[in-house]
Design a protein around this ligand. Structure first.
Ligand code: CA
Length: 239
């Protein structure tokens, strides 16, 4: 019988914590594979596909950041949740720059962890890609949401699952200011008013792909105190 439970890969060397995580994810109806190092995780990715990867930063051998970059070479789309022991802003930025989609600071509480996992695995009901993979163009960029691919003046880019979710929302609501809360709910499945810099760091990544000058964004604009606005015609936001 085919096992259609979402398959999660957990990369965590602290066995006590890993056992607890596995137990609880399995209780929630997920299938979990657990490995203790980045090397083993990369081996697994050679022949298996996962719905989500949960990746600890502090690992023996290569750290979580290095592993994350290598995972992205093998599987561009898979959502990656990083676990970091340090409440260090630098770590979170490094994590997101390495290709992770979100992070959780240890020690975390179980309900929050499970909400985060559920959110990242959720198939968004609002996101229904066009049956034909038409290019969405702005400036010198061309984005194909269905094939998770973009062409930019800097070259070809493969997009992650969460990047596609975010871009689809921006394109659908072009010209509108989208509140932070809406973005966090739609892309990451956050249900509460969690204070997080994930969104802002993610926008930094998107700007690096598509903005002629990421420090002076013209397409992905900040609307201070509210959220972000996408405009296909270059304009200026509040900053
Ligand atoms: Ca660890």
């Amino acid at each position: 019988m085919a096992d259609d439970r979402p398959h999660i890969l957990l990369v965590e060397d602290e066995l006590h914590l890993a056992r607890g995580i596995c137990f609880n994810l399995e209780q929630e109806g997920y299938r979990v594979s657990h490995v203790e190092s980045g090397e083993e995780a990369l081996d697994k990715l050679q022949y298996d596909r996962f719905a989500l990867i949960i990746l600890d930063v502090m690992l023996p051998g290569r750290d979580g950041f290095a592993v994350c970059r290598e995972v992205r070479q093998l599987d561009v789309r898979v959502p990656i949740l990083m676990l970091t022991a340090r409440a260090d802003e630098g770590d979170r930025i490094t994590g997101l720059a390495s290709g992770a989609d979100d992070y959780l600071i240890k020690p975390f509480n179980l309900p929050e962890f499970l909400l985060r996992v559920r959110g990242m695995l959720r198939r968004s009901s609002w996101y229904r890609p066009e049956p034909v993979d038409e290019a969405y163009r702005f400036g010198e960029n061309e984005v194909h949401l269905l094939s998770y691919h973009a062409r930019t003046p800097q070259g070809e880019i493969d997009l992650t699952e969460l990047e596609v979710k975010m871009l689809a929302l921006f394109f659908q609501r072009e010209g509108e200011t989208i509140p932070r809360k809406t973005l966090l709910e739609s892309v990451w499945g956050y249900t509460s008013d969690t204070e997080t810099r994930t969104l802002d760091n993610f926008i930094v990544r998107i700007r690096k792909y598509f903005e002629p000058d990421p420090t002076q964004p013209v397409y992905f604009q900040t609307v201070r105190g509210v959220g972000y606005r996408f405009s296909r015609k270059a304009g200026t936001g509040d900053q």
